[in-house]
Design a binder for this molecule. Structure first.
Ligand code: MEV
Length: 405
């Protein structure tokens, strides 16, 4: 598809009903969400336009605004591990766990080669099984991890193929009963790390100076570090941005979510994935999480929205896409903390929320902004008020004299 065709297809939701019917079962139709872009995203000195699919007002504006502040400090610095996913092959009733682990290690090369024969295309693209790790879990339960380099794929299908291909041989070696053969979404060998340094002056607002805002953000970070109730919401704000990029590029955001939250709880206490500190006159941010995003395969084959998202972000690899998506997550987190540490979240949020209430009340075109501004000004952002304001607007428009020729 050329760009014009893609833009037209995205305008219609990106997925025709006949195609949707081939992707999943019992299809009634399709379900559209807004497709937008975040601006100002600079990662490792390169500018990106980040595609975002999200239904929540202000997420895109807030991420773009925070990315602009980060840009004033030199942008995001990101790095990512090789795209290694984990295949788990599990056994029960293993008579001797230690002996089984030893035997599996002895036959590691044979097992790696066997895994690779199941994914020849991946091996041709430079990926494949890199190493294996048997783990005895006690009570006769053993699991063998296959570390698979998935290159530009998210990798679920590849990894599951490897897991199924090696199970019989492993079963002979460990003498147990074959259990599950499936990837792990805790892809902690495929992590991304992002840092940024924002000059305090870039954080200032009309009512707060930059140092005040910076210190408020640092206090908010410490709150999340001490309290899992807060850490959950802190991370939700981060995932607002990250998931939106994952969805816009056709990625499995449930996998991303599962891995992120498991990683956030790895110490036994659920913790923030991104923390903020003061450094001189600057605010320093640090984020780390496992992230399995792909730029090939999956919905990107059939969904015009996903194709468009990948075209817009123009990442050179899945690893680079992960760095951009994590940076947008960090920007979303920063934007939320900045708002919370100053005016509170509702002021900016309600102004934008008023537009969707106006739309829900039936306003179209220029009336959306008019009704939204009116109900926001009244401080009564409800559908009933929006309907009343819309009716008044329509009456005043119809009773107005026609414009002079
Ligand atoms: C709302 O979608 C996200 C926030 O609650 C995040 C946060 O509290 O940090 C604003």
């Amino acid at each position: 598809m050329d760009v014009a065709e893609l833009v037209a297809a995205v305008g219609e939701g990106g997925l025709a009903c006949e195609k949707a019917d081939k992707i999943i079962e019992n299809v009634l139709g399709t379900f559209s969400l807004p497709f937008a872009v975040a601006l100002n995203v600079q990662v490792n000195g390169e500018d990106f336009v980040a595609p975002m699919v999200v239904e929540e007002p202000s997420v895109v504006a807030a991420a773009s605004n925070a990315a602009r502040m980060v840009r004033e400090g030199g942008g995001f610095s990101a790095e990512a591990d090789e795209p290694i996913m984990i295949a788990q092959v599990q056994f029960d009733e293993v008579p001797d766990g230690a002996r089984a682990c030893l035997r599996i290690k002895q036959y590691a090369n044979e097992l790696i080669a066997l895994g690779n024969t199941a994914v020849p295309g991946l091996v041709r693209r430079g990926g494949g099984v890199r190493s294996i790790e048997p783990r005895y879990l006690g009570d006769g339960m053993l699991v063998v991890h296959f570390h698979v380099d998935c290159r530009d794929a998210m990798g679920a299908n590849l990894v599951n193929t490897v897991a199924e291909a090696v199970a019989d041989r492993l079963q002979e070696l460990c003498d147990g009963r074959t259990g599950l053969r499936i990837l792990s979404n805790l892809c902690d060998r495929r992590k991304v790390r992002v840092t940024c340094c924002v000059p305090a002056r870039a954080l200032a607002s009309d009512d707060f100076d930059g140092i005040e805002v910076r210190d408020g953000i640092v206090r908010a970070s410490r709150f999340a570090e001490r309290d899992p109730y807060r850490a959950t919401t802190h991370n939700k704000g981060l995932m607002n941005g990250l998931d939106a990029v994952a969805i816009a590029t056709g990625n499995d955001w449930r996998a991303v979510e599962a891995g992120a939250h498991a990683y956030a709880a790895r110490s036994g206490t659920y913790s923030p994935l991104c923390v903020w500190r003061a450094d001189g006159n600057d605010l320093m941010g640090e984020l780390e999480l496992p992230l399995s995003l792909g730029t090939v395969g999956g919905p990107s084959r059939v969904h015009a929205g996903a194709k468009m998202g990948l075209r817009v972000v123009d990442a050179s690899s899945a690893t680079e896409l992960a760095m951009v998506a994590a940076s947008v997550g960090m920007a979303s987190n920063l934007a939320a903390l900045r708002a919370l540490a100053t005016d509170g979240i509702q002021r900016g949020h309600m102004a934008l929320h008023a537009r969707s209430v106006a739309t829900a009340a039936g306003a179209i075109g220029a009336d959306v902004e008019r009704v939204a501004a009116h109900i926001h000004g009244l401080g009564d952002i409800t559908i009933d008020t929006a309907r009343r304001v819309l009716a008044e607007l329509s009456r005043s428009t119809t009773s107005a004299p026609p414009p002079a020729e």
